[in-house]
Design a protein around this ligand. Structure first.
Ligand code: ZN
Length: 487
């Protein structure tokens, strides 16, 4: 049975909705803030009241052009909005203002690198549109409510060509796209909050065939993991249908990640069903060549450029630079901490080691990191000057990470400064040696490893505050003093 799966290839195209992080909505002045009280950010325009007129938010065009330039698209110099007519309770106007005939840009691409093979993924078009409200279902009461705070929040929809052949390619593309958009600061692209939403159009065909099979569209994918699983599951479902000599139905399916399966939602609509027509209440948008040039020359530094610069300017390994730049918030943290005077390699070690570890333990995203770069720089300085040892430094870092404490003050208040007093340490070490005669004789009989245990005992006696290098040095001396004297 398994062999049959190898005879098929998966063909995937994506529709990616990105919620733009403008302060206000696309056609009115209401706030776009996420998570506010329901129906607190609404007005007659975004409620679709008769007699109201939309006014285009210029920032939306700016953000869309930025994404268009960064994804190598051709920008439509004169683009228009269209009405997409449909009724749904979360859509109070009974139509959505979108773009069908002349989207803001077309014909772009992004390159992905899959196991050292570079592949171009075509972008068919990007269009601007408004988001709908949100239905909230109360199953216990058997009622549904609607929150219009999201109605009119600006979106861009990025439609790719059907160029993907595997889940891995899809994930690589989405990761790259998300990072570009985050670096452009036009959206935070959070899948779990819906500011990045991915629909997957998927069909299968016998390898080598040129005709496409019948596709399905999958919605409701709120993590990269869910996307990967959904693609794999849908591929298998369609191949099984074909192997059973049945036919794949053109439909929209909803992915249930907890069950690991998809189910049919409705038959797929096409453009005809929406009776699109040009939006009569909005003027065409003219985008000049000068404006496009201005956007091009003001693009931010993207990941590849950052990696190159970090290696050159900060002399850190490429591997470090790749990890740090994988999230914009981490790259910012790195750069700001280095600006506070910390050694770049040490900052990189803190980010790749302790920071990523604590992010995982606390289940937080990079952009939720709240400590100030200056406090991390201070901590690295205490470590550098051997005011604290590395074990204590790690403990203090947890406090910096969780509570953004000032490390200098914290070390003083808690008496965590390292013990560098050779006389005091010698005294403690002599006692440790007296109490561990076996280890002493092991060491003197050539078992070098026994010293590790004695270092550990000394550190314990000093409550972890001794300078471990100094302890080792004194230990060696004291042990040699006991040679010949008899233990
Ligand atoms: Zn409004």
């Amino acid at each position: 049975m398994n062999n049959h799966y190898n005879e098929f290839e998966t063909v995937i195209g994506l529709e990616v909705h990105i919620e733009l992080s403008t302060q206000t909505k696309i056609f009115c002045g209401c706030s776009t803030k996420f998570g506010s009280e329901v129906n607190s950010q609404i007005c007659p325009v975004c409620m679709g009241m008769p007699g109201t007129l939309p006014t285009l938010n210029k920032k939306v065009v700016e953000y869309a052009v930025k994404v268009a330039v960064a994804t190598n698209c051709n920008i439509t110099k004169k683009c228009l909005f269209d009405r997409k007519n449909y009724f749904y309770p979360d859509n109070p106007q009974n139509y959505q203002i979108s773009q069908l005939y002349l989207p803001i840009c077309t014909n772009g691409f992004l390159e992905i690198n899959n196991e050292n093979i570079c592949k171009k993924i075509g972008i068919h078009e990007i269009h601007m549109e408004e988001d709908a409200g949100k239905l909230i279902h109360d199953e216990a009461l058997g009622k549904s409510y609607v929150d219009y705070n999201r109605a009119g929040v600006p979106l861009i929809e990025i439609v790719t060509e059907a160029d993907f052949r595997s889940a891995d390619e899809v994930i690589l593309f989405l990761e790259k796209l998300r990072l570009i958009i985050q670096y452009l600061e036009v959206s935070d692209c959070k899948l779990n909050e819906g500011s990045m939403r991915v629909d997957i159009n998927l069909s299968v065909r016998k390898t080598g065939e040129s005709e496409y099979g019948t596709r399905t569209e999958m919605k409701n994918l709120n993590s990269f993991r869910a996307i990967k699983r959904a693609i794999e599951s849908e591929t298998k479902r369609q191949v099984d249908i074909i192997l059973n000599k049945e036919e794949v139905i053109l439909e929209t399916r909803r992915w249930d990640d907890s069950k690991g399966e998809s189910y049919s939602m409705r038959s797929k609509e096409d453009a005809r069903d929406y009776r699109y027509f040009p939006e009569p209440d909005l003027m065409p948008i003219n985008i000049s060549g000068d404006y496009i040039e201005y956007i091009k020359t003001n693009l931010p530094e993207f990941r590849d450029e950052k990696i190159e610069r970090y290696v050159k300017e900060y002399d850190i390994p490429k591997y470090d630079a790749e990890i740090i730049t994988s999230e914009k918030a981490l790259a910012n943290l790195f750069e700001e901490t280095v600006l506070c005077g910390a050694n770049p390699k040490k900052v990189s070690n803190y980010i790749m080691g302790e920071t990523l570890k604590l992010m995982k333990e606390r289940e937080i995203e990079a952009e939720q990191i709240s400590f100030s770069p200056n406090n991390l720089a201070c901590l690295i300085d205490l470590d550098d000057r051997k005011v604290i040892n590395s074990t204590v430094a790690k403990e203090v870092f947890v406090k910096v990470f969780d509570e953004d404490i000032n490390p200098v003050q914290y070390v003083n208040e808690h008496g965590l400064a390292q013990n560098n007093d050779a006389d005091e340490l010698t005294e403690i070490i002599e006692k440790v040696l007296d109490n561990n005669a076996q280890s002493v004789s092991d060491y003197l009989n050539g078992k070098d490893r026994a010293i590790g245990y004695l270092v550990g005992q000394t550190m314990k006696e000093t409550k972890g505050k001794a300078n471990p290098e100094l302890v080792k040095e004194i230990l060696k001396k004291s042990l040699e003093n006991r040679r010949g004297v008899g233990v």
